[in-house]
Structure formats: structure tokens, C-alpha cells
Design a protein around this ligand. Structure first.
Ligand code: DX5
Ligand code: ZN
Length: 263
């Protein structure tokens, strides 16, 4: 299964949630180094339930049980124009599935709200660098709760905002649309940005997983994977298809094809 733990920071040794349960821990022996490099090409798919039918959320969650993560979009009506759902719904979703949950906080005050999502059982919590007051403290708080920490970047935000964060974040979420709505078109400038983030990480000898979110379909999946993304969020790309398992498989295949064409 897709897992992030092999890419996590070396100082993180205590892991217990399903997303990293069976994965090798960080280590520097040669064979494990090779193993980790092989695993770098793993692609994860995280369907965004923002595009699901809320009137039958249980069935919708069940239809994506082959996914690597369930992507849970929290929107507060301030950081982005719309409202979505919050930690009480996350608690309910945790009861519906064993698939780990990837929480994307599109909120003005992640410093204050992160705790309730950790308590509700989030496996990855990603907050926006544009909204955080004390980003390092939020990351520490997430790690203390044994979850993985993600830092998200809007399309208009410079990658240099990540300069002091790539060393400690497990995930860098490169938004490939302006956040706030499902069903928007992928921004073509995103591929260069993903490559630039990868280069920045390389300079820091850091290896966070690059996640992308917005307008991901069978065409754009190949492009983002080739650029360096390994965890792909897809809302309409999964939920508009009646056969969700097939949609997830096709996205993964498309991304892998993109990887195999990598220069
Ligand atoms: C919107 C959310 C996304 C959204 C993606 O900003 O963060 O996760 O649900 O939807 P699609 O894949 O339809 O662009
Ligand atoms: Zn999202």
C-alpha cells in the first residue's frame, strides 16, 4: 500500500497509525536506502469527499475503500469563500472507514483549530502556510499526536515560504488550483512549481512527499507525477465516475505512465 513514512524526517521514529504501520522506518543502511528509493515512485490517490454526495456519505466513503487516503477538505468561509465540514464530521467519517484520512485545512486560524482535527483522528493534517502564525509549532503539535504534518501552498505563493519548513514537514501540498471549490481546471504553471519544490527539498536534503490538489484527472495526473508529485488528490476526477475503484485505478495508472516517461 501507499505509505509516506519512508520519506518522513529521520527524527520521527514513533509511528502508529494505519498509513505507516507496515512501512520500513527511516534508516541509513544501504539496502533500506535502495528500498526507500524504489518506494519513492509509489503513487497514492486521495479522493476528495467534497465532490461526494453528502446525502449518502456512508455509501460514498465505502465506494473509495481502495484509495490510499480519504481527502477531507475543511473550509471555513474565510480563508476560502465556502463552508464545508468540520471535526464532528471527521469523527463520523473515521467510524465509516479504515482508510487513513488526509485533512486539508483551508482555514484562517490553523493554530487554533488543528488540535480538534488531531483529536478527531486525522492521519495527515495539512495547513496553509498563508494562514499559519506559528507554522513550526503546528507541525510539532501534529507530530506529538503521531500524525503526519503537511504544509500547503496556494498557486500565488512563493516556494521560498517553505524554506524553513521542508526539513520538518512530511508532506508539501502544492495547490494546482486556487483553493475553495471542486471541479476547477488544473493550472498549467503547477508542473514547474512542483519541480521547484523538489529542487528546494533536494537543497535541504529533505524528502517530504509532494501532494497535489485541484483539477487532477487522467491527463494531468501524468504531468504532475512526472514533475515529482506522489500523492494525488482528486474530487470530481473520482466521484463523477460511477465506478470509483476503476477511477482510482485509472488515475494511478495514468500517473505511473507519466513516471515511466520521466527523463
Ligand atoms: C478545493 C479542495 C480540493 C477539491 C479538489 O480547493 O481543496 O480538494 O475538492 O477537487 P477537484 O479534484 O474536482 O479539482
Ligand atoms: Zn483539498
Amino acid at each position: 500500500p501507499f505509505t509516506l513514512s519512508y520519506m518522513s524526517t529521520p527524527q520521527l521514529t514513533v509511528r502508529s497509525t494505519p498509513c505507516w504501520g507496515e512501512a520500513p522506518m527511516w534508516s541509513s543502511t544501504e539496502s533500506e536506502q535502495e528500498n526507500r528509493e524504489a518506494m519513492l515512485d509509489h503513487i497514492g490517490i486521495a479522493p476528495s469527499i467534497l465532490s461526494a454526495d453528502m446525502a449518502k456519505l456512508g455509501e460514498e466513503i465505502d465506494s473509495i475503500k481502495t484509495a490510499d487516503y480519504v481527502h477531507f477538505d475543511v473550509m471555513d468561509g474565510e480563508f476560502v469563500p465556502q463552508l464545508s465540514f468540520g471535526h464532528p464530521v471527521l469523527k463520523a467519517v473515521k467510524k465509516m472507514t479504515d482508510v487513513p484520512i488526509d485533512v486539508h485545512l483551508m482555514v484562517e486560524n490553523p493554530d487554533e483549530t488543528v488540535a480538534s482535527y488531531l483529536e478527531a483522528g486525522a492521519n495527515i493534517v495539512t495547513f496553509h502556510v498563508e494562514a499559519a502564525t506559528h507554522a513550526h509549532r503546528i507541525i510539532q503539535q501534529i507530530h506529538t499526536a503521531q500524525a503526519l504534518a503537511g504544509v500547503a501552498l496556494n498557486p500565488g505563493t512563493s516556494i521560498y515560504e517553505l524554506d524553513s519548513l521542508v526539513d520538518c514537514a512530511d508532506v508539501i501540498l502544492v495547490m494546482t488550483v486556487d483553493p475553495g471549490f471542486g471541479g476547477q481546471s488544473y493550472l498549467p504553471s503547477s508542473a514547474d512549481k512542483i519541480k521547484a519544490v523538489r529542487e528546494l527539498c533536494r537543497k535541504h536534503h529533505a524528502n517530504p512527499t509532494i501532494e497535489v490538489d485541484g483539477g487532477i484527472n487522467n491527463d494531468t495526473a501524468a504531468t504532475v507525477a512526472r514533475a515529482g508529485a506522489r500523492l494525488l488528490v482528486a474530487g470530481s476526477g473520482v466521484f463523477k465516475c460511477p465506478d470509483r475503484a476503476k477511477a482510482i485505478r485509472q488515475l494511478k495508472d495514468a500517473a505511473r505512465l507519466g513516471l515511466s516517461e520521466q527523463a
